[in-house]
Design a binder for this molecule. Structure first.
Ligand SMILES: Nc1ncnc2c1ncn2[C@@H]1O[C@H](COP(=O)(O)OP(=O)(O)OP(=O)(O)O)[C@@H](O)[C@H]1O
Ligand SMILES: [Mg+2]
Length: 397
């Protein structure tokens, strides 16, 4: 990690897809996948499906993996799911990678069907350009480095028909390459429900054995570490009370950690320490910004039924009995359960003790209540134990 000098701006990285300076949490999975880059002992890690909340760090995780893979000498291919994925990779990314090979790496490619690789340095042919096949290109790339590792990351996976069809085509090429014994790891990131759809496609057996990682919120201690370390790398310090407040504001939500940290950093940028006053200013502004940039969009994307469920959940201190929600909705518990499960899958709510369900996206509860449709009674009882957010309620505005 690079040291940043004071005056060069904030070390925080608010916004989608911005690689954080300090990637908090997820230590185990990062360590496990990094060890694959070192040992080539894949286990269940040929294919990783990263799902989770909007702004929870899926894209950043792909970046962390790419950095780790590169530092161990792996080839890295990255793209977004969507129309043209296979063509982009096979006509542009792969030829570029193959063309970047050193002379001695190239000599190992003799005997392979070079004309199928889409390379300029192999073209002494006349007539139309043959369509390069991704599986051959991957084989060539691997061969250039003695079956060297290749990490492929695909972001923005979603269940739109075009995307799924394209991903199916892409995954089929990978399936062939894996069957040839290539050392490939592929990491997909997207919304959980969509990845499940993808796995359903029958020829994609390797996807069925995927490692699934579901990104939610960071723990309080991990959140604290991100703030403290990021500020430190930025060349400043932070007062304890300011750090406490920022931790409570962020509620472990990565998007909000960066946003709140950034506001606190900028409030009085010439002071050597970030103070409680800076954190208080950041509090107001960060909640406002996350509400308008994230929470309101999440809300607008939800179906009417999902919204009805969440309204029935709102206003109870963040948590309610399922039976009570069914009552408030005037529906059977079976019906209500279907909506609960959908919302659990997309990470907006979580089961919380026997028969209870709770919001898991911070500030969604408050947002819904602010729409005027929530019920303001506070009948909440929460157990407090361990490294959980129960001990760090979000501060009042
Ligand atoms: N583990 C982490 N620790 C600290 N900050 C993080 C972490 N992961 C992500 N962030 C920060 O959170 C914000 C959102 O991250 P990112 O864009 O990776 O989320 P995402 O899950 O891909 O979102 P989306 O669902 O919209 O694609 C960025 O500002 C990023 O720097
Ligand atoms: Mg993303």
């Amino acid at each position: 990690m690079a040291e940043i000098s004071v005056g060069s701006g904030s070390p925080f990285t608010p916004g989608y897809g911005k690689q954080p300076l300090v990637f908090g949490g997820h230590h185990e999975v990062v360590a496990e996948l990094t060890s694959v880059f070192e040992t080539y002992d894949f286990g269940e890690n040929h294919s990783i499906l990263i799902s989770g909340l909007r702004g929870a760090g899926k894209t950043s995780m792909l970046g962390v993996l790419r950095d780790a893979a590169k530092s161990h000498g792996w080839f890295v291919v990255s793209d977004n799911a969507g129309a043209g994925l296979v063509d982009r990779v096979s006509r542009s990314t792969m030829p570029q990678l193959l063309e970047s090979l050193t002379g001695s790496e190239r000599t190992r490619l003799t005997g392979l069907q070079l004309a199928q690789l889409g390379l300029q340095w192999t073209t002494e042919r006349t007539g139309p350009e043959p369509k390069p096949l991704l599986r051959h290109q991957l084989a060539a790339l691997a061969a250039a480095r003695d079956n060297g590792g290749i990490l492929i990351t695909v972001d923005e996976v979603s269940s739109g028909k075009t995307r799924l069809r394209e991903l199916g085509r892409f995954a089929l090429e990978l399936q062939h390459a894996l069957e040839e014994g290539l050392n490939i790891m592929v990491a997909f990131a997207g919304v959980k429900i969509d990845l499940d759809e993808l796995v359903k496609q029958q020829h994609l057996t390797f996807l069925r054995r995927s490692r699934e990682v579901d990104f939610r919120l960071l723990a309080p201690s991990e959140t604290r570490d991100v703030f403290a370390q990021t500020v430190g790398l930025g060349g400043r310090a932070i007062d304890d009370d300011a750090l406490d407040l920022l931790v409570r504001v962020a509620q472990g939500y990565p998007y909000l950690i960066q946003l709140a940290g950034d506001y606190a950093w900028r409030h009085n940028v010439t002071a050597p320490q970030i103070s409680l006053a800076d954190a208080k200013d950041a509090h107001q502004r960060a909640i406002k910004a996350v509400t308008s940039r994230v929470i309101s969009r999440v809300w607008d994307d939800l179906s009417e039924q999902d919204q009805t469920f969440l309204r029935a959940l709102a206003g109870g201190g963040g948590r309610r009995k399922m039976a009570e929600i069914a009552d408030r909705m005037g529906r059977s518990s079976q019906y209500v359960n279907i909506y609960k499960q959908r919302l659990v899958d997309s990470g907006y709510v979580q089961p919380d003790g026997r028969g209870y369900v709770a919001f898991s996206l911070p500030y969604l509860d408050q947002y819904i209540s602010s729409l005027g449709q929530g019920d303001a009674t506070d009948d909440d009882v929460q157990p407090a134990s361990g490294d959980t957010w129960n001990d760090y309620p979000p501060p009042e505005l």
